[in-house]
Ligand binder design. Structure first.
Ligand code: BGC
Length: 734
């Protein structure tokens, strides 16, 4: 995000003409409030329904009489800088009030959670990351930006780039997984895709990288829980994706709910001012997460709302999402001198700069033609990209005896409620999909010409239907069981203490296996599941996540072999939940897990992942050989020979890892440093080359300083973090 000299002057001029109230208004974000028909605040109404004081039906009746307040009066008076609405005509109306009826005519920045697509819903991020395809990451973000703009949204609360290593945490679904290198590449590509298409004022939005920071490290995987870690861990694992996003020019950042080492990110001056704005150079602004400023009172870091607001703004929190605390208390705080005017000016300058960079002053409205275009349906190229993203995101975990792919002559018994539910394909944080765009697995298989019969039998919730199970087993040559999680079982506030298949789905699989028929399992879920039993007993497992609107097409193509699976895991899968957090790039211990008793292991579970990061099979096979490493001036030149040894074309993700064998701090057993994705015809062989800058071989110490330390390094290349060729090299950094 770069402003020209004229744009900067425009911002300064505007700032100089604003009253304090107008400035604070820019720092206030509103969502539509639900009003009328009830005597308690809306939040309490929700709580009443959640804790059972009123039934869902009663809640529904009350809501039917409610209306939405879009804060038009406050917008007119210059007391609102941002709104969170996704209705394009409503957004035009609100913009018109801001632009034509407020004193200074400053347009609203309109934010929304467009996490993995708007109406064109792509795979959830943990799934899309399995494609290891930076071009795809960027393309899907570019399409999301255009669709957002066409709906009046100019600010996406994405990408979510929290490194996450504990799959109990429901929000693992929203981000690119456990690895800082993949996470950083994902972050960069998403920022480019959202922000860099400047071909028109309707083709880009401001990115909002979130959640800053270490939210993924919440203790016990319980959402909103405390986090604590060393500075070096923060810098090496949790900050890199944010640093990458800042280098790519990300316009804004959302602070995380959690505290880090005792200070909530919302009021954490070191994180916001020193690291984010200072060291990493954020040019735009920081917004709080929803209601997070108020929560600082509950955190016990602020006595009351006033105190929380003062701490937040002084710490560098530029915009308040949803609490009105800035609106209610900052004027008085500035007048009393507890908040310097310079702090307010800095925040407003940042917010206005993003608005100017977005072109909102020239182009505040969505053209009616764009709105109408989407009302006619999704363009074909959007559907095609959704399908491509879904195809690349599936991971073949297991395929014993080459059970997959199936052929069109086999009679398929398709089992599982999730298989026929097009409302479940999009997963968590998809807010604008339309049922008519969504393809269930059943519809996908039927459309692909498979000989398929469907038996619901059971799902993540509820009972098993024995009679349907018996018929499914009886009538098919092969059973395809679709099991997993509903979309509500991952995402925010959806932590699970037991990450096995929920409900009676394991029992369902047992019964299917008892029939003696081959059982192919398709997983549809939002987190790495604990699959010890499944991995042991089921012959073929395809991880399909929540793949977005074209899920059914993609899964059908993979099952029938029209598409050869190519995804590699972006997160390690545990055997049992008790292994969480589990990740391939853990620091070396003095007693690495082994069969001996006094090593880092469990008595009752394996010590390592069931399916490690980077794992993913194909219908063909790849052979790696001749790993060569040499040292050039500033880089390591790495070459490996790759051959497609199978009988069909396939795509492989070649992964390059390193290990710093001895350093002044304990380093990970392996760290991903680069990867590439390429397709090879049957029998084709190729030399793959990486040039790894020596400057990337360092790490951050506990002062947050980057260190390059001479010594022995191991270089690994292979098709997963576990299955690699290895070389050693002594390196001296000049
Ligand atoms: C979530 C954010 C989201 C925000 C606005 C919060 O609850 O943590 O990720 O962007 O709501 O919807």
């Amino acid at each position: 995000m770069k402003l020209t000299t004229e744009q900067k002057a425009f911002v300064e001029d505007l700032l100089s003409r604003m009253t304090l109230e107008e400035k604070i208004g820019q720092m206030n974000q509103e969502s539509p409030s639900i009003v009328g028909g009830f005597d308690v605040p809306f939040e309490e109404l929700i709580e009443m329904m959640t804790d059972g004081r009123i039934s869902q039906e009663e809640f529904g009746r009350i809501m039917a009489t409610a209306t939405q307040d879009f804060h038009e009066e406050d917008i007119r008076a210059g007391r609102v800088g941002s709104m969170m609405v996704n209705d394009p005509r409503k957004n035009n109306e609100l913009q018109k009030i801001a632009v034509e009826e407020s004193r200074l005519g400053i347009p609203l920045i309109i934010g929304f959670d467009v996490i993995h697509g708007f109406r064109s819903v792509f795979p959830i991020a943990i799934g899309e990351a399995c494609s290891f395809d930076d071009v795809l990451f960027e393309e899907t973000a570019r399409m999301a930006a255009r669709e957002s703009r066409a709906h009046g949204i100019n600010w996406n609360f994405a990408p979510m780039i929290d490194a996450a290593r504990d799959s109990r945490w429901g929000r693992v679904s929203e981000g690119p997984g456990e690895d800082p290198c993949l996470g950083s590449r994902f972050a960069r590509a998403k920022v480019r895709g959202l922000q860099n298409d400047r071909s028109s004022l309707q083709s880009y939005v401001a990115a909002c990288t979130k959640h800053y920071v270490a939210y993924g490290a919440c203790e016990s995987g319980r959402d909103y829980n405390t986090t604590s870690m060393s500075v070096s861990n923060l810098y090496n694992v949790y900050l890199p994706a944010f640093r990458a996003a800042m280098e790519e020019g990300a316009a804004t950042v959302m602070a995380a709910f959690n505290d880090l080492n005792g200070v909530p990110c919302t009021v954490n001056k070191w994180l916001l001012r020193d690291v984010l704005k200072g060291e990493m150079g954020l040019e735009g602004f920081v917004v709080s997460d929803a209601n997070a400023i108020r929560e600082c009172v509950v955190h016990g870091i602020a006595e009351d709302e006033r105190d929380a607001g003062i701490q937040a703004v002084n710490a560098g929190m530029d915009m308040d999402m949803g609490t009105h605390i800035y609106k209610d208390y900052l004027q008085e705080a500035v007048e009393k001198g507890t908040v310097p005017m310079a702090v307010i000016d800095e925040a407003v300058r940042r917010i206005l700069s993003v608005k100017v960079w977005l072109g909102l002053f020239e182009n505040p409205y969505v053209p009616e033609a764009d709105i109408e275009a989407y009302e006619k349906g999704l363009p074909a190229e959007h559907i095609a990209l959704c399908r491509k993203a879904a195809e690349e995101s599936m991971v073949l975990l297991k395929n014993e005896g080459a059970l997959l792919p199936l052929n069109r002559k086999q009679k398929i018994s398709l089992v599982g409620k999730l298989a026929d539910d097009r409302n479940e394909v999009c997963g968590a944080w998809a807010m604008a999909w339309k049922p008519e765009d969504c393809v269930s697995i059943r519809t996908g298989l039927e459309a692909a010409g498979a000989d398929v019969r469907y038996y619901p039998c059971g799902g993540p919730e509820g009972e098993l239907n024995e009679e349907e199970i018996a018929r499914a087993c009886e009538e098919g040559d092969v059973i395809v069981a679709v099991v997993g999680e509903t979309d509500a079982m991952s995402g925010e506030a959806s932590s699970r203490a037991d990450t096995r298949l929920p409900g009676r789905q394991r029992e369902l699989l047992e019964k299917l296996l008892d029939s003696g028929k081959p059982v192919v399992t398709v997983l549809m879920n939002g987190r790495p599941l604990a699959l010890q039993w499944e991995a042991e007993h089921l012959p073929a497992i395809l991880e399909a996540w929540h793949l977005g609107i074209r899920m059914g097409d993609a899964v059908a193509e993979a099952l029938l072999g029209d598409v050869n699976p190519s995804g590699k895991l972006s997160s390690s899968f545990p055997a049992v939940t008790g292994q969480c957090p589990i990740y391939y790039n853990h620091p070396s211990t003095g007693r690495p897990g082994s069969k001996s008793k006094f090593t880092s292991r469990y008595l009752d579970a394996p010590w390592d992942a069931l399916y490690p990061f980077g794992h993913g099979l194909s219908y063909t096979s790849f052979d790696y050989s001749e790993l060569r490493v040499s040292e050039a001036d500033d880089a390591l030149e790495i070459a490996v020979h790759l051959k497609n040894t199978g009988e069909r074309a396939g795509t492989e993700v070649v992964q390059l890892y390193i290990q710093d064998v001895a350093a002044s701090l304990v380093r990970p057993v392996k760290e991903l440093k680069d990867y590439c994705r390429l397709s090879l015809a049957a029998g084709e062989e190729r030399e793959i080359r990486f040039s790894l800058p020596k400057a990337s071989l360092g790490f951050y110490d506990n002062e947050g300083k980057y260190r390059l330390e001479d010594g022995l390094f191991r270089i690994f290349v292979g098709g997963s973090s576990r299955d690699v060729l290895e070389r050693e090299l002594r390196i001296t950094f000049a």
